[in-house]
Design a protein around this ligand. Structure first.
Ligand code: PRP
Ligand code: URA
Length: 210
């Protein structure tokens, strides 16, 4: 399945790790590590169009006309599950700032409930990556993007591991200007708002809470 405006990162190593991640027999420890590694791999591609500027340096031997990233980078995990993705990205962009948005889905209405929001002042001048492994109904991602947009960042990408068609449609309706990057697009949601085939509840699998 392909969606205009959604970037799906297909790579043999990503397919391999994503299959391990989905496996119900994968332990919490391995799940955490795999999710972090997948986010690290994703970082390479989501940074492809970042602007760079001249950064001349002296090597031990001679002058070199180098380059450095031009803009601030802010990574915003949606708590809880986004935290491991943020760590995977930070391993690749250690100078990035980190904002946190706390949201959980009300189990009955499936609507996002906000409980925390702390964003760096510099967000208005940043390339922002909002990260959450799961884009299901799209409610959490849409709410998080609205909170970040209040700070007027340069641009926002929403990065997830698995996206459902329903969530993509909601994000493209609410935030057509935001780029969606995912590793796979799954078939559909079930009656409880879980992604099929999916990987279950990402937060519970990461933290072993169920
Ligand atoms: C999960 C997931 C997303 C959200 C996606 O979090 O990490 O944030 O559900 O669902 P949606 O697209 O339908 O909004 P959850 O609400 O389970 O909170 P948790 O991370 O605290 O477990
Ligand atoms: N949140 C999850 O963690 N998993 C899903 O399948 C849907 C929402």
């Amino acid at each position: 399945m392909s969606y205009t405006g959604v970037q799906v990162l297909d790579h043999p190593l990503i397919r391999h790790k994503l299959t391990l991640l989905r496996n119900r027999n994968t332990t919490h420890k391995d799940f955490r590590q795999l999710a972090e590694e997948l986010a690290g791999l994703m970082t390479y591609e989501v940074c492809r169009n970042m602007r760079t500027r001249s950064c001349p340096v002296e090597t031990p031997l001679e002058h070199y006309d180098g380059q450095e990233l031009e803009n601030e980078v802010t990574i915003v995990p949606i708590l809880r599950a986004g935290l491991v993705m943020a760590q995977g990205m930070l391993d690749m962009i250690p100078h990035a700032r980190v904002g946190h948005i706390g949201l959980f889905r009300d189990e009955t209405t499936l609507q996002p409930v906000e409980y925390y929001c702390k964003l760096p002042d510099s967000v208005h001048d940043s390339d922002v990556f909002i990260v959450d492994p799961m884009l299901a109904t799209g409610g959490s991602a849409s709410k998080a993007i609205s909170l970040v947009k209040e700070r007027r960042p340069r641009n926002i990408s929403f990065c997830c591991i698995i996206a459902a068609p329903e969530g993509i449609e909601v994000l493209q309706r609410d935030h057509p200007d935001v780029k969606i990057v995912t590793l796979e697009i799954d078939r559909q949601l079930n009656e409880n708002g879980y992604i099929l085939p999916g990987l279950g509840d990402a937060g519970d699998r990461i933290y072993g809470t169920k």
